[in-house]
Design a protein around this ligand. Structure first.
Ligand code: GTQ
Length: 372
């Protein structure tokens, strides 16, 4: 059964006609759609804390939240994604912003379909109210404001407070599912108990006799204190370490045993002095914040040197390994899109097989402010 022989001219007419009708030949294009491995345009990047802090502080002189702006935030823009017009993208799914509140200031109540996590970088005496429940924030704490919850921030302390906002901006935009609503008033009605969820549900240990705690989301815990995470990391046995992440703890929802937030995963890692983890890669992407310590992370052969306060992007499907070069423990906080990839049955990971599991370093990243 031979195929009809078309002349070159006939074929050209055929393909041109098809294109004009907005149709396409899969026999040419399958390889671009169903790629053998994840293909992406998310480049790794690193920002120095002293630069971000400076720009945030100047914003403190320029504008006031609740008056001139909904929030006073300097966000991390991944340059590789801005090329595609993706404003506010850290990775293709995740956003990171650094929010500043000065003493006495507030950021008004609102809700949105994006889910948000907060990680406190500097300062104390500020709280986030989640559906009216005040959660006070101190350095190293994680605070959740899950999708659709009403949330506001207020600062009752005496020094500036800085925290990281992590939202699934890119994901929600791709899904065409963004909703935002300001509350009818500045503040959502406050509940009498403060820090209730941190205390009552720590480790998922208790519930009142006549209370029902439904398994599911949002987590009954909105605030996760740093000293608890630190305790757990400091009491991990050698054999409980992860070869790729070192001493590593994921924040969980006690009713499900899974990620604390339903869409944004959160993790704290501890690397002991000279610790050098092995390289692996996974489908999920992440944004890292250095809570404490100094060292570097090799991402696809490029060395990203970090110190306390810095932020860096881990793109999807990129080999990475972490090294602590300091003489004290390093603590790395990160948030990721792993829960989404897992729910969609898209998560996959693999170790680097060559060179004993370590990458060859071919270049060192130069942060913008040192690029003179
Ligand atoms: O504090 O609710 O950085 O809604 C971006 C969007 C912070 C917030 C951000 C937000 C918030």
């Amino acid at each position: 059964m031979g195929k009809k022989v078309y002349t070159e001219k006939e074929l050209e007419q055929y393909y041109d006609g098809m294109k004009k009708q907005h149709l396409g030949p899969l026999w040419y294009d399958l390889g671009h759609m169903v790629t053998k491995e994840p293909v992406h345009d998310v480049e790794p990047y690193l920002w120095k804390w002293k630069d971000i802090r400076e720009y945030a502080l100047t914003a403190g002189e320029i504008l006031e939240p609740g008056k001139d702006a909904e929030r006073r935030v300097v966000y991390l823009q991944n340059p590789s994604l801005l090329e595609r017009g993706l404003v506010g993208y850290g990775t293709h799914t995740l956003y990171a912003g650094i929010q500043l509140l000065l003493p006495g200031e507030f950021a008004p109540a609102h809700q949105h379909s994006q889910t948000a996590i907060r990680f406190i970088i500097e300062g104390e005496g500020a709280y986030t109210a989640v559906n009216g429940q005040k959660v006070y924030m101190e350095r190293g704490d994680l605070v959740l404001t899950p999708a659709w919850t009403w949330h506001e921030h207020k600062h009752e302390g005496t020094e500036p407070v800085f925290w990281l906002d992590g939202l699934d901006v890119g994901l929600v935009k791709t899904m065409a599912a963004s909703f935002f609503k300001p509350y009818e008033d500045k503040f959502y009605p406050l509940k009498p108990e403060e820090n209730y969820s941190n205390e009552a549900f720590a480790n998922g240990s208790f519930k009142k006799l006549n209370e029902t705690v439904e398994p599911g989301y949002p987590s009954p815990i909105f605030g996760y204190k740093f000293d608890r995470v630190e305790y757990l990391l400091n009491h991990m046995k050698e054999e409980e370490q992860d070869p790729y992440d070192g001493h590593a703890v994921e924040y969980t929802n006690p009713t499900t045993g899974k990620s604390a937030d339903s869409r944004v995963g959160t993790m704290m890692q501890k690397l002991t002095p000279n610790q050098h983890t092995q390289a692996h890669r996974h489908v999920h992407s992440a944004i890292y914040h250095v809570l404490e310590g100094e060292g570097y992370t090799v991402i696809d052969g490029q060395k990203f040197e970090w110190e306390k306060g810095d932020f860096f992007i881990l793109p999807p499907w990129s080999y990475h390994e972490h090294v602590n070069t300091g003489d004290t423990d390093a603590f790395l906080f990160s948030f990721n899109d792993k829960p989404v990839m897992e729910k969609l049955e898209l998560e996959f990971s693999e170790a680097l097989n060559e060179n004993n599991g370590y990458q060859k370093v071919t270049s060192t990243f130069l942060p913008e402010s040192l690029n003179v």
